[in-house]
Design a protein. Structure first.
Length: 331
């Protein structure tokens, strides 16, 4: 009965990004659901990297759900497919320009192709004065899902950082604090989330399992996590039991630091000794690297007490190759 009294408008449209040499238009799909009752504004963005398909499907499922059970208040907007050119070629980058769209924000309308696309995305998002932006990603092979927040030392405004931390806990996932040492300085300063935060807009990333394929279980986790947020904001009916990703009590509710060290110091084939989601003690062996004759070249051991987030995308190692991603468990 209550759903019959609710009113909302649903709109699907496009934003043009370029005209191809054959005069066809390349466009970004834009999805909107607006309740007749004013309230929070939430953005969902997906596939900024063309090989990360899972977020697109999560957004599709969220919108299907909201068409059946209308919003109580507020608005939800989405760019489900920010890098269609990369998606069509299973490439992380914008294939024709070899640029990483998520290293091009806030964009430049007179800049490179990636900067021009980023500028249109960024302007469209910021003009709606969002309450929160959730940027959906996929990670390494067999990665467990987790929430990634930008480095604390890069977020200058403590008030915004506290809001980001609050929302990250509501997602129900393991919380990982990214580290600026992981990236070149010019890279982390040009992501979508950090530039939104610099503009006073709380934003975080959901890393929803592996790239390249759609993992239905991770889609389910993503939908339930976002539903946590929408219920917390009062935009949908209250949830009887908030989604919480199954984790060891030793890491639940904590904010862990990201690490992809130790890396390999030799070349060879990686044999993993632990699984994503495993809790590992400092000094424990996690992988071995063998040469072409099967001779052991190196055993990698953890530098800290950690949880394994995921494997590298390939079992081929070279000197300096990160082998796994970890969340460092601090005292």
């Amino acid at each position: 009965m209550q759903n019959q009294e609710l009113s909302q408008t649903v709109k699907y449209s496009f934003i043009k990004i370029l005209t191809a040499s054959d005069l066809s238009s390349r466009r970004l799909p834009l999805m909107e659901i607006k309740s007749s009752n004013s309230g929070p504004v939430v953005w969902l963005t997906g596939c900024v990297h063309g090989d990360e398909l899972g977020g697109v499907v999560v957004i599709q499922e969220i919108f299907k759900k909201l068409r059946k059970y209308p919003l109580l208040k507020g608005s939800i907007y989405s760019f489900p497919l920010m890098n269609p050119i990369g998606l069509e070629t299973a490439s992380r980058q914008i294939t024709i320009s070899k640029e990483d769209l998520n290293r091009s924000f806030p964009g430049n309308k007179n800049g490179s192709l990636a900067e021009r696309i980023a500028a249109k995305i960024f302007a469209t998002i910021t003009e709606t004065n969002p309450t929160l932006v959730l940027d959906l990603h996929n990670d390494w092979k067999q990665s467990i899902p987790y929430t990634l927040i930008d480095p604390a030392e890069v977020i200058k405004c403590q008030e915004i950082y506290e809001k980001v931390k609050t929302f990250s806990k509501i997602t129900g996932f393991l919380i990982i604090n990214d580290q600026k040492e992981t990236y070149k300085p010019e890279h982390i300063e040009r992501t979508l989330t950090i530039n939104l935060i610099k503009n006073g807009i709380p934003s975080l990333s959901l890393e929803l399992g592996e790239s390249y394929v759609v993992n239905e279980k991770n889609v389910e986790y993503g939908v339930r996590s976002i539903s946590n947020i929408l219920a917390y904001l009062g935009m949908i009916e209250p949830i009887n039991e908030f989604f919480v990703y199954p984790l060891s009590e030793s890491v639940r509710g904590k904010i862990l630091d990201y690490s992809n060290q130790p890396s390999s110091s030799t070349s060879g084939i990686i044999r993993f000794m632990v699984k994503p989601g495993d809790i590992i003690k400092k000094g424990q062996p996690v992988a071995r690297i063998y040469n072409a004759f099967g001779k052991l070249r190196e055993t990698l051991r953890t530098l800290h007490d950690t949880i394994v987030l995921g494997y590298s995308d390939s079992s081929v190692a070279f000197p300096g190759t990160p082998v796994m991603a970890y969340g460092i468990i601090k005292e």
